[in-house]
Design a protein around this ligand. Structure first.
Ligand code: IYR
Length: 222
């Protein structure tokens, strides 16, 4: 067994309760401006910015600190085109055949359909893969734990970092999305879980008129 190695908690900053409340309020005000945007401008985004937000996602907590994620950053127009074609085919089947009526009804107010131009318009697609385990070069397996939770937390931090930086994103999960593994040449033990389109919003971009639940609806204090 590897011995635990503990080091001092150097990075912690303690604020006064007033400072904390003010910081928490400001952060909330900033986060509640975040919107999922479907209309992207083709204005270029510096690669360094994408590297930086992925580094933030990589600071997420994970089961046994295994960090069971991999981010494939796609900017090549040809690869984006191939992803769009494959995703639209899957989505066409979803919207025209597979989706039950109640699902289509629940999506109506978002004005989504099988047309996915953002997959080519957005300067970057970050495709998130979740790794079932780690495969060492000698073929040995290191187990990964709490995959859904770990990768979910990391994706939340990624979306937050993108908003904080001043860009917009669109979470897109064509189902099934296994075509991404082949298209992006990822190993069998990795499962694609999200395509995140990232960029600037197009001039005049519009978003659905939706609201979030209030505190009483989402929290119970006991
Ligand atoms: N994946 C499809 C359908 C879709 C499903 C849900 I749940 C959404 O919140 C939005 C869309 C699509 O991307 O169009």
């Amino acid at each position: 067994m590897t011995k635990a190695r503990l080091v001092p908690l150097d990075g912690y900053i303690e604020y006064t309760p007033e400072q904390m409340l003010s910081r928490a309020r400001k952060f909330y005000e900033n986060m509640k401006r975040r919107r999922t945007v479907r209309d992207f401008s083709d204005k270029p985004v510096p690669r360094e910015l994408i590297e930086q937000v992925i580094m933030t996602a990589g600071t997420a907590p994970s089961g046994a600190n295994m960090q069971p994620w991999h981010f494939v950053v796609v900017s090549d127009p040809q690869v984006k085109k191939e992803i769009r074609q494959a995703a639209e085919q899957v989505e066409k089947e979803f919207y025209e055949q597979r989706a039950p009526d109640y699902w289509l009804r629940d999506l109506e107010h978002l004005a989504t359909d099988s047309d996915k131009p953002h997959l080519e318009q957005a300067p970057y697609l970050i495709v998130v893969f979740s790794q079932r385990h780690k495969l060492d070069t000698d073929g040995a397996i290191t187990h990964h734990y709490y995959l859904g939770e770990s990768v979910g937390i990391s994706m939340g931090m990624l979306i937050t970092a993108i908003h904080q930086a001043g860009l917009v994103s669109l979470t897109h999960t064509p189902h099934p999305m296994s075509f991404l593994r082949k298209l992006l040449d990822r190993p069998k033990h990795e499962t694609p879980v999200l395509i995140l389109a990232v960029g600037y919003p197009k001039d005049g971009a519009r978003v659905p008129d939706i609201s979030k639940k209030n505190l009483n609806e989402i929290a119970t204090f006991v």
